[in-house]
Design a binder for this molecule. Structure first.
Ligand SMILES: [Zn+2]
Length: 296
């Protein structure tokens, strides 16, 4: 009968080879284990404590320079006036697509001008990524001189807008006037309006004007095409410290100037240039220094 053979009963050369292989395997295994062991010891104990301190120091240094860069960045507050109107949804879509902070200065009466404007208002109101501020109820019906002659009525007008809009901040912008009352900043562009603006400020509103306006043609509603010039003026004003508060610039644009595709494209371009500039940071109006959000 054929019997199966075990490895032990082969020829001596084969046995020697098998034993040699086994010994070699054990030696190699031991060597590997001792090497690994040394390394793992090195990981936990051999590395001096100074290395983790160094890493911490380097991390702190990096965090400090990031914080310092943020402080050094110049702040730009992009604001859009007079909505809700025909351009508002385009502006909203653009600022959301570009993922930037933008503030809309709302005219109370415009909410009720048409069902579509009411709908636009509802969209704006339910969007937590934008900031809404008070730009009066009537916008003086564009009759500024007589409007500002009656300070009491001006205050009532803004209070009505505040109630209608349910704004969560106290920031107001005067219709047809570039006036400021924020902290120590006080500026009146047309002296005859001073009493009304002071009254509004005393009623608890922070009044924000603008440092630079992106102009548009009031007949065709097309936005000024000289975007490079606008951007250069922004750079120059900030560099020269010529804004109301050095290092901070309020840009005024108007919703209604962004109705045509080419104008909306220009809006994207300007936003991109500003947001991609490492020296700038785009913020909501309520982040302007000295704005206290106490509601009137
Ligand atoms: Zn306006």
């Amino acid at each position: 009968m054929h019997s199966s053979s075990s490895p032990d009963d082969g020829d001596p050369a084969k046995q020697f080879f098998l034993r040699f292989s086994l010994s070699l395997f054990i030696v190699l295994a031991l060597l590997t284990f001792s090497c690994n062991n040394k390394e793992s010891k090195k990981d936990t104990t051999a590395l001096p404590a100074i290395d983790s301190t160094l890493i911490r120091q380097q991390q702190q240094k990096a965090a400090d320079s990031v914080a310092k860069a943020a402080v050094l960045k110049k702040k730009i507050y992009i604001t859009f006036d007079d909505g809700p109107n025909k351009g508002t949804r385009n502006v909203l879509a653009a600022v959301k697509e570009e993922n930037i902070a933008a503030s809309f200065f709302i005219v109370g009466e415009h909410i009720f001008d048409s069902p579509r404007q009411k709908e636009t208002w509802e969209i704006l109101k339910s969007d937590s990524t934008v900031e809404l501020c008070n730009h009066s109820y009537t916008h003086a019906h564009n009759k500024y001189t007589s409007f500002y002659e009656q300070p009491g009525k001006v205050v009532e007008d803004f209070k009505q807008a505040q109630k209608t809009g349910g704004f969560t901040n106290n920031i107001a912008r005067m219709p047809g006037r570039n006036a400021w009352r924020i902290d120590s900043i006080e500026h009146t562009d047309i002296y005859e309006s001073k009493a009304a603006i002071d009254s509004l400020h005393q009623a608890g509103f922070a009044i924000m004007g603008w440092d630079i306006e992106w102009m548009f043609d009031h007949k065709t509603l097309a936005v000024d095409t000289a975007t490079s010039l606008l951007l250069r003026r922004i750079d120059n004003m900030l560099a020269a410290g010529k804004t109301k508060k050095p290092g901070h610039l309020v840009l005024l644009a108007h919703d209604q100037a962004f109705q045509k595709t080419e104008d909306i494209e220009k809006l994207h371009f300007v936003i991109q240039q500003l947001k991609n500039n490492p020296d700038y940071e785009l913020l909501f109006a309520s982040k302007y220094p000295g704005i206290k959000k106490d509601l009137p």
